[in-house]
Design a protein around this ligand. Structure first.
Ligand code: ATP
Length: 186
């Protein structure tokens, strides 16, 4: 029998749906921005993780992209098949960018590049460390590419599962729910 562990729960997320939803939310919340969604995925793509975890990571990246976009109010989101068995997601902005010396440290807890300036923008310097912990706990990777003054691109790579595996996990989860005593969780 399949064992349940924290890293790989019997939860399956449809990457398409989730990313589209988050982008739609941001279009609504930030009507002054242009959000493009470049979808190169050939088929429905599933990752074995909690949906709210993928949502949270996308929200952190997109919220930063908005916060640190100084001149051009444009954000590019993309999804594509990655080399091997994975999905590659990217959030790109054309804002202030991150200097090379700061690039690795932005994932550290409480690290903020410009303490005084970023204080005005709010935040604690926790977002990216949370995003990194979540992604790595699902055996994925997150990295940043940036050019100071020109913008940044955050890339995520997550291992995917086949549609058959996704269906099997969903069925298993539904059977478990049906067998469990009724609770008021929805
Ligand atoms: P919060 O805890 O609300 O997310 P935060 O944005 O300061 O606050 P992180 O998301 O962890 O925290 O980001 C850490 C730092 O990395 C930021 O303070 C900022 O200096 C830099 N940073 C993050 N994203 C970008 C981006 N898209 N462009 C430029 N700098 C960024």
């Amino acid at each position: 029998a399949d064992q349940v562990d924290v890293q790989f729960p019997n939860a399956v997320v449809d990457v398409h749906k989730t990313v589209q939803q988050v982008v739609a939310d941001f279009r609504m919340i930030h009507p002054d921005f242009t959000f493009t969604l470049d979808d190169d995925l050939e088929k429905t793509t599933f990752v074995r993780m909690y949906r709210n975890h993928l949502e949270q990571v996308m929200i952190i990246l997109m919220d930063n992209a908005v916060k640190y976009s100084t001149n051009r109010k444009e954000i590019h989101v993309s999804m594509a098949q990655s080399s091997g068995n994975g999905v590659a997601l990217a959030v790109q902005d054309f804002g202030e960018g991150i200097a090379e010396k700061d690039r690795r440290r932005v994932f550290n807890r409480f690290y903020r590049v410009d303490k005084a300036r970023s204080r005005e923008k709010g935040g604690n310097g926790l977002g990216l460390s949370i995003a990194q912990q979540l992604i790595e706990s699902y055996h994925g990777q997150i990295e940043v590419d940036s050019a100071l003054g020109h913008g940044s691109i955050f890339r995520i790579d997550l291992p995917t599962i086949t549609e058959a595996k996704a269906k099997a996990l969903k069925a298993q989860e539904e059977a478990k729910q049906a067998a469990a005593p009724k609770s008021d969780t929805t």
